[in-house]
Write a protein that binds this ligand. Structure first.
Ligand code: SF4
Length: 239
């Protein structure tokens, strides 16, 4: 299988089948904590990196050959080894998966392109969107997420606010905290203020646990995570 991985069981989504919409590490960000290593193509250009018909064909084949596993699935998750929203056919893929499987579709995205109205429309057919928001100050955003030129943190926040207004499904906002980069009280309060404006259903707070290819990327302590969770309030969860 070229575009399908799993099924994987996770605490968040239960049993889910993962789909990659781009070749390895084509991304609009190059996050210091990325578990997939360095971004090979840093771009914000949306195009059909992998043909949607080919992905749907592979899903069809997988379903035919894995009836038992297919019955246990709770989600099909668009994520993979790059940023899924870079694939301009994502809307067509979501509708195609729903037609083929009848399952809920989750999209895990770095949110960097959400100021694009066409993309937000493409995502409307999904059931769950898990966007990231690691920083609100441009300098800190550039330090932790190392975006391609032209991506601004304030546009991401505005894109997320618009998405919340337009999207009828669930939004779980994910915030990755890296020690010494975005863990200051000042930045956490700014992210919290942005989250209040966005209004996600859930806020998932995380800190890198596995080794990345980068040196000097450290997680914050459990105590710090608990304090951050308190600042974010009732909707927040440490994952
Ligand atoms: S957005 Fe995701 S895939 Fe892209 S660099 Fe960051 S963690 Fe890695």
């Amino acid at each position: 299988m070229k575009y399908i991985y799993g099924p994987v069981k996770s605490r968040r989504l239960g049993m889910s089948l993962g789909i990659s919409l781009t070749p390895h590490k084509i991304c609009s960000l190059d996050c210091v904590y990325c578990q997939l290593g360095k971004t090979s193509v840093l771009t914000s250009r949306r195009k059909e990196y992998i043909k949607i018909v080919d992905i749907l064909e592979e899903i069809k084949l997988w379903l035919e050959n894995n009836c038992g596993d297919a019955r246990k699935l709770q989600f099909v998750t668009l994520s993979g080894a790059g940023e899924p929203s870079l694939n301009i056919g994502i809307g067509k893929l979501i509708s195609g998966i729903k037609k083929l499987t009848g399952l809920s579709v989750a999209v895990i995205t770095n949110a960097s392109l959400l100021s694009n109205e066409r993309l937000r429309k493409d995502l409307l057919a999904a059931d769950l969107i898990v966007p990231s928001l690691d920083a609100v100050s441009q300098g800190i955003f550039e330090k932790i997420d190392r975006p391609v030129k032209g991506i601004r943190a304030k546009d991401i926040v505005n894109g997320l606010i618009k998405l919340r207004k337009e999207f009828p499904g669930k939004i779980w906002l994910e915030v990755m905290i890296v020690k010494g980069i975005n863990d200051s009280l000042e930045e956490i309060r700014k992210i919290k203020a942005a989250a209040d404006k966005i209004g996600p259903d859930l806020i998932q707070i995380n800190s890198p646990v596995r080794t990345t290819t980068e040196k000097n990327v450290f997680s914050v302590s459990k105590e710090t995570l608990k304090k951050i969770k308190e600042i974010f309030g009732d909707k927040a969860k440490i994952i």
